[in-house]
Ligand binder design. Sequence first.
Ligand code: NAI
Length: 257
Amino acid sequence: MRRSQGKVALVTGATGGIGMAVVRRLMDDGAKVFLVDLDEQALRAQSEALGDETGWAVADVSDEAGMARAVEAATARFGRIDMGLLNAGIEGKIAPLGELAVADFDRVMAVNVRGVFLGLSLLMPLMRRQGGGAIVITSSVAGIRGSAGLAAYVASKHAAVGLMKSAALEGARHNIRVNTVNPAPVDTRMIRALEAGIRPDDPDAIRAKLVAGIPMGRYGKPEEVAEMIAFLASDAAGYCTGGIYTVDGGYTTGTGR
Ligand code: NAI
């Protein structure tokens, strides 16, 4: 039997680089997967390509009513939610403090923090009623270390770790495990946007600089992050809760090779 055979997963940010790899990995593990993201066309196309064991809903994770509707739609489709993958996130604008607009700060916090808060607030009671579950939040190495020019993103990813810790403590006696996965740069749209945001005239120079700071000397692949997320969401990770799981090529250990 496959590791997560018959389990039901809800994945936010499901049509993005890491989200899509998570969806595929969970389906390989035997799970049914409900995709949540912003773009109806992308959701429909991906769900159709993946087959009958999927469902989808358009929702902005920062919108309370929208997320409530998505969770309702997932339970209506599959009857329960065993795994919550709170993965949607935005990088926001790159600017030093003093130049970062309040509205830009607020938007990053809304998606990356309120979005995770709403996901936890909806899933924890549901999982309590079901007798348990597992939630994995996609934080970042920016949830462990700072990064110049990315104060909002860094604050948001630290906040995601804080939400995870409280949720893990509240969930422990109810058989609900909650963890974060903290990747270093991963080869998706987001890191390319950051490279171009830092240096529009020469994004490759930024890539080279970032890669030089990673002991393994490369970006991660979405599949490598998905592997950790799918493990933590599965019963194989039965004793893992309240943890910060880096997938970072050694980045948070130090710098240099
Ligand atoms: P991505 O940009 O490919 O995917 C993000 C997905 O989230 C997109 O499909 C987007 O439509 C969706 N999304 C954005 N705002 C949303 C909202 N308000 N409501 C619902 N969906 C929304 O980026 P990637 O790399 O797949 O990012 C996934 C997660 O991984 C994010 O939380 C990101 O912060 C985190 N991460 C990414 C790293 C990287 O280098 N790519 C490194 C560390 C963490």
